[in-house]
Design a protein around this ligand. Structure first.
Ligand SMILES: Nc1ncnc2c1ncn2[C@@H]1O[C@H](COP(=O)(O)OP(=O)(O)OP(=O)(O)O)[C@@H](O)[C@H]1O
Length: 346
């Protein structure tokens, strides 16, 4: 397919996202990384190409292109026009009201129900990885995702051995380095609801990810439930934010929770997201995202990471070392990648 790259609309830790047009005039988004650093993008392409749901960003294809003598891996996907959920929260004045939270949560849960039914754990659910289109939220950014081969019998593939995601949204069992299965996405959903309600981190006032990780992993605490939420909403949160993953509700159970009942008076999205989407950097949203919201991907398969304590130490050390904010134009997070299954396209 002939296509032309347009302006940059977003930058993440691993890739740059641009708008693009095809020869026939269709507009789409293209997420690109230098081929030698495209392991996560290629993993994302492999997973996204198998998915088909109105609640997941739509896959279009991939390409390998040359740009200023550099070979790039390009993942093409639908262009989702209102940007991320964090952008929308910001445009709404810093928080969403409960009817909006319920409306968005319903679609995110349906996206998770779909992903989990196909054996995919997203591993990095948070506002920045939910894109908002005209029909509502779509789950995106599958760079940390993994497939559990036989979810019913619990047979796992190699990727199950890795731990990834964003510290502030990590479930206790993930922070301890024990496991990252479907319940970890449900915990992160609970954290995302708090993000929608408060516009901030589920664990406010944490300067450094290492202290946050210890708190999540080893305390008995839960993130604070926003006081203004109704009992119904708090009950929903309490089903997501249970420290024991076995006690957490599944996406299939959550879909039926009364908090997600359809409401007729949800504000129209276009009322509060007027204006065309721009780069996340243009929108000045970084002010309320602290560094504990940076994504990581660490492999547990490393022999040094056998005990929960060692893994925690490794995670927190990595947090300190890996964050490398580059303020002029972009920011970079270096991720450890021990994944031998991912091979760059030759
Ligand atoms: N399909 C899309 N349509 C519109 N904007 C998009 C799309 N995909 C990504 N973006 C924009 O690009 C930004 C970066 O994309 P994404 O989060 O997928 O990159 P990443 O490198 O995987 O980021 P992270 O640092 O979270 O791992 C998003 O926050 C969003 O603003």
């Amino acid at each position: 397919m002939e296509w032309t790259r347009g302006h940059t609309i977003g930058r993440g830790a691993t890739a740059t996202v641009s708008i693009a047009t095809s020869g026939s005039g269709n507009v789409f988004a293209v997420k690109s990384a230098i081929i030698s650093k495209s392991e996560f993008l290629q993993r994302e392409q492999k997973i996204l190409s198998t998915l088909n749901s109105p609640f997941v960003v739509e896959y279009i294809g991939y390409d390998v292109t040359r740009r200023n003598n550099t070979v790039m891996f390009d993942l093409m996907m639908e262009y989702v026009r209102y940007g991320t959920l964090v952008d929308v929260i910001h445009k709404c004045g810093g928080w969403l009201d409960e009817s909006m939270i319920s409306h968005y949560t319903r679609q995110i849960v349906r996206g998770l129900e779909y992903l989990h039914s196909t054996g995919i754990v997203h591993c990095d659910i948070k506002g920045r990885n939910i894109l908002i289109g005209e029909d509502g939220p779509k789950i995106s950014d599958f760079g940390c995702a993994k497939r559990i081969k036989n979810p019913v019998e619990g047979v796992r593939d190699d990727r199950e051995a890795s731990i990834g995601g964003t510290p502030a949204f990590m479930a206790p069992e993930v922070a301890r380095g024990e496991e990252q299965g479907f319940p970890a996405d449900i915990w992160a959903l609970g954290c995302t609801i708090i993000e929608m309600a408060t516009g901030g981190s589920p664990w406010p006032n944490h300067i450094h990810p290492s202290s946050l990780l210890y708190r999540i992993a080893l305390s008995e605490e839960l993130p604070e439930f926003p006081a203004f939420l109704t009992d119904k909403a708090k009950d929903f949160l309490s089903k997501c934010l249970r420290r024991d993953p076995i006690e957490r509700w599944t996406a299939k159970q959550l879909v039926k929770h009364p908090f997600l009942e359809e409401l007729s008076n949800v504000r129209k999205l276009t009322n509060h997201t007027a204006g065309s989407p721009t780069s996340i950097l243009d929108q000045g949203i970084w002010g309320f995202i602290d560094e504990s919201e940076t994504s990581y991907n660490l492999s547990q398969t490393d022999g040094n990471l056998n005990s929960p304590n060692q893994r925690l130490k490794q995670l927190s050390m990595s947090s300190g070392l890996m964050i490398n904010w580059v303020w002029e134009d972009s920011w970079v997070t270096v991720r450890d990648n021990e994944d031998n299954n991912i091979r760059p396209v030759q």
